[in-house]
Design a protein around this ligand. Sequence first.
Ligand code: ATP
Ligand code: MG
Length: 417
Amino acid sequence: MINILKGTKDVLPQESYKWQKIEHEIEAVTRLYNLHRISTPTFEHTELFLRGVGDTTDIVNKEMYTFEDRGGRSISLKPEGTAGVVRSYIENSLSQLPQPLKMYYETPVFRYERPQAGRLREHHQFGVEIYGADSPAQDVEVMLIAKTLFERLGISGLELRINSIGCPTCRKAYNAALKSYFASRVDELCATCRERLDKNPLRILDCKEEKCGEIAKNAPSVLDYLCEDCRAHHEGVKALLTKLGISYVVDDKIVRGLDYYTKTVFEFVAGGIGAKSTVCGGGRYNGLVEQIGGKPCPAVGFGMGIERLILTMTTIGASFGEEPTPDLFLANIGLPDEAFLLAESLRKEGIAAECDTMGRSLKSQMKLSDKLGAKYVVVIGESEWAAGVVKVKEMKSGEEEECSLANIANYIKEKKA
Ligand code: ATP
Ligand code: MG
């Protein structure tokens, strides 16, 4: 017996309707906000992620699935969704389309993490990427997309936490302040953070070690170091959220796990699913397109973990809707081909018809129909077939009505309406 790899998951047939529910709502929300889908490959040149995600991040340093392909290239499975989209934006000259270019993706993401509830080695993300606009309104629209999806999925009680981590201009002074603060407590930091101290002190704020988190609590606040432009942007975001009546918390310790963010960063956080409570994380990354080789272009987006969405919905008892069941089960007594052909002709008319293909007795066909949750059942025997009239039984009420074979599709459609 070969088992599934640690940290990966099957989506089984009996639970896939939950994924379909989420995909359905994603489709509706992305339509409302005029987002167009973009799909990029599962693997890319490793170099893209080194440059795009940042070589001082955990994701690139410790978590990436990197291998050499048979042609000797260094390849990595995507550890996040943004870098590939940026590459595609540049490579396909998407800046020539009307801007802002509003895109979304749904993709598997691979990270070699320590598997636990809500933390997988392959997970899936719904992400939004909007390129070309630098306004606070664009940041807020991105937050609204996530929020609207949560609402449509019946998820309430998520907290929106926002911060600004400034731009390269203000980051210099802030980095210096962070360095001198953490340098005074360097002996208490974990080994990784001691390395980060020189290279990228901002990363220390994102460390998952308890001790480092303790120390980070009293670190200087990035909000005290914002330049005029970044401060005005941050105030603009807050003012719009207030106008919309959306509650939020400013959390000056949010930096996100990727190096590319500038100005706005945000998270939607749930209580109750342990430490892994961030369902959605995003922000602005105005320097990224240029860093990957394109012309400077402002960008903002988020990534949302589908598995964590499902976990959150399950925890709070949100509904995934009903698992779809057949409209009609056509049971047969000695007429399997007739039932099979009739089922197919009903499907052509939009009826989800099911029949036996395993030579079951009538009794076990009825049991099967029950297990499948078919809404109506028809039994076709020699006499029904000859007369062209059957009894249609509604399973919930047990009521039976006669119906001509030719009229079954209309009968079910009327009942469904
Ligand atoms: P965390 O702080 O939980 O490690 P992150 O900052 O690494 O999250 P992002 O890189 O921003 O997360 O990814 C966006 C979203 O993808 C997260 O908010 C989360 O919902 C989901 N996610 C991230 N890593 C995993 C994982 N290993 N397993 C399942 N979902 C994940
Ligand atoms: Mg992480």
